[in-house]
Design a protein around this ligand. Sequence first.
Ligand code: TIU
Length: 220
Amino acid sequence: MIEVAAEPFAYTFPPGKTALVVIDMQRDFVEPGGFGETLGNDVSLLTAIVPTVRALLDLFRAQGWPIVHTRESHSPDLADCPPAKRDRGAPKLRIGDEGPMGRILVRGEPGNDIIPELAPMPGEIVLDKPGKGAFYATALGDILRLKGITHLVFAGVTTEVCVQTTMREANDRGYDCLLVEDATESYFPEFKQAAIAMIRAQGGIVGWTTDFERLAAAVR
Ligand code: TIU
């Protein structure tokens, strides 16, 4: 077992049974002209974490530990996009509309690609998910079970939406979850801090949080 200094107390994980889950580091959320910007957000806020997410990927790659990349996406016919999700609010462009990086949040479009700096390597799992949580309507649970995974380390965007939703889904399924604070970001800095506080409150009600250096120090 490896022990990492974390909040609300040390996180221990079995190296062979722990996967890194990088949530939705796709152009739709990080670059101008995608889904994130159509919702009215300043997407430049998310780019600060890219080097840390890359370092985290490299840490797991060096150990040969499993890595899952997720993409929030819908099929071209939008059959897996609830009208409630597409029709809500008054975005500049809706899911499925043609934007500067192709159709907004549609699988296979340029905007749906993971950003080049964090591109998946051969052998890493790339999971398309129609919801905010990565377990909903995907094979993630089966994939992790077949690999014998019991512990999950989380990074990606956005902290309080897809990252926190997936951590809550994972926590209810019995996984011990660790969030790397400087490898996750929100369009709302106060929401990031609130999500971190919620996750580790009440004795780690959803999981643990740490930062990249403390995790790396424990692994090296
Ligand atoms: N809008 C927002 O903060 N997030 C999302 O819509 N999806 C993810 O968090 N990936």
